[in-house]
Design a protein around this ligand. Structure first.
Ligand code: FAD
Ligand code: NAP
Length: 312
């Protein structure tokens, strides 16, 4: 059954924010503090990717803070400023000019302006065994699953911040963590790289990709690794495989708006405005270089303010 929340019932929203990661929560905070009637729609737990992060060391004001703790600190003040929260998975947005219609799986909302803050989702490797052993040794979240791999030898795939930082985290549990990277140089920030190089539990296999993940029908027991320079194949025994090969934007509900680039990231100007008047985008879902909590928060503030100006 679909419930309609229209202007005559719930009251027309000034702004709806989709996604309550750091970008969406900040946008909602700024909009509500400008006295705009603000609705925040989230399909999971408030906090977004912060909920999957063990320790955050690069958010100003904290030496180090646990991801879900920072998520809660951002979420807590929202109600005080009048942000309405609702659980919902947004499946479609229809642009009717001055009014935008937002459809979740079981409700329809109307708003004068919209801020998209849906973030991005981890990419798959698409190799043999990955889907078969998902949840049985193949994981995309060290914080969620790391503790299940005590004293195991693990493979981490990727060379970015996520792969290297999560490999370091996994050494708390694993006996050995091997990072498999397709080049001979990491992409991760230097400070994170140096920590990994110093960690005695971490080994590297360079210029290589995982070609297959295999197991004993119950759990993962190893991977086949291919050297991309020599094409040589090697079997490496492993109790688990953590995959961190980048992100894809969550933009399917907005396809009809035609606001993305060819890779699916939403294009905005410096004021977070998309090509559609009254629709803004912030955070990881944007086409940009630096995907961080600080940038997400900054863009959320800009969009919250720009929405106010737009409605004026
Ligand atoms: P997200 O945090 O991804 O939030 C998006 C929200 O939108 C989610 O809650 C999602 O459920 C919701 N959503 C998506 N689609 C829908 C829909 N259709 N309907 C309703 N809701 C929807 N950055 C740092 O600065 N420091 C770090 O230490 C750090 N560590 C990281 C570790 C890992 C493993 C990863 C993956 C990222 C890390 N990052 C870190 C990056 C940082 O987490 C992101 O840049 C940041 O969370 C982006 O914020 P966001 O609000 O744009 O998106
Ligand atoms: P990323 O930066 O895009 O890195 C993806 C890595 O996977 C790259 O090393 C890439 O190799 C490799 N890769 C991509 N496709 C592959 C494939 N098919 N097979 C094998 N390897 C493949 O993604 P991320 O590390 O998940 O980071 C996402 C964003 O979150 C970034 O903006 C990052 O800065 C941010 N983040 C920040 C922190 C922090 O600040 N502490 C922590 C985590 C994440 P190449 O290098 O060869 O391209």
């Amino acid at each position: 059954m679909i419930y309609r929340f229209l202007a005559t019932e719930q009251g027309m929203y000034d702004v709806i924010v989709i996604g309550s990661g750091p970008a969406g929560m900040t946008a909602a905070l700024y909009a509500a503090r400008s006295d705009l009637k603000t609705l925040l729609i989230e399909r999971g737990a408030p906090g977004g990717q912060m909920n999957n992060t063990a320790e955050i060391e690069n958010y100003p004001g904290f030496n180090s803070i646990i991801g879900p703790d920072l998520a809660y600190k951002m979420y807590e003040p929202l109600a005080r400023f009048g942000v309405e929260n609702v659980y919902g998975d947004v499946v479609e947005v229809i642009n009717q000019g001055a009014i935008k219609v937002v459809k979740t799986e079981d409700a329809i909302y109307e708003t004068k302006a919209l801020i998209i803050a849906t973030g991005a989702v981890h990419r798959h490797l698409n190799v043999l065994g990955e889907a078969e052993y998902a949840g049985r040794g193949v994981s995309y979240c060290a914080v969620c699953d790391g503790a299940f791999f005590r004293e195991k030898e693990l493979i981490v795939v990727g060379g970015g911040d996520s792969a290297v930082e999560e490999a370091i985290y996994l050494t708390r549990f694993a006996s050995k963590v091997t990072i498999v990277h397709r080049r001979d140089e990491l992409r991760a920030q230097k400070i994170i790289q140096e920590r990994a190089f110093k960690n005695e539990k971490i080994a590297f296999i360079w210029d290589s990709v995982v070609d297959e993940i295999y197991g004993n029908d119950k759990v993962v027991t190893g991977v086949k690794i291919k050297n991309v320079k020599t094409n040589e194949m090697t079997d490496v025994p492993a109790g688990g495989v953590f995959i961190y090969v980048g992100l894809d934007p969550i933009t399917k509900p907005f396809e009809a708006l035609e606001i993305t680039d060819n890779a699916g990231w939403i294009v905005t100007d410096n004021e977070m405005k998309t090509a559609v008047s009254g629709i803004f985008a912030v955070g990881d879902v944007r086409a940009k270089d630096l995907r961080q909590i600080t940038t997400a928060v900054g863009e959320g503030g800009i969009a919250g303010y720009q929405v106010y100006k737009y409605l004026q």
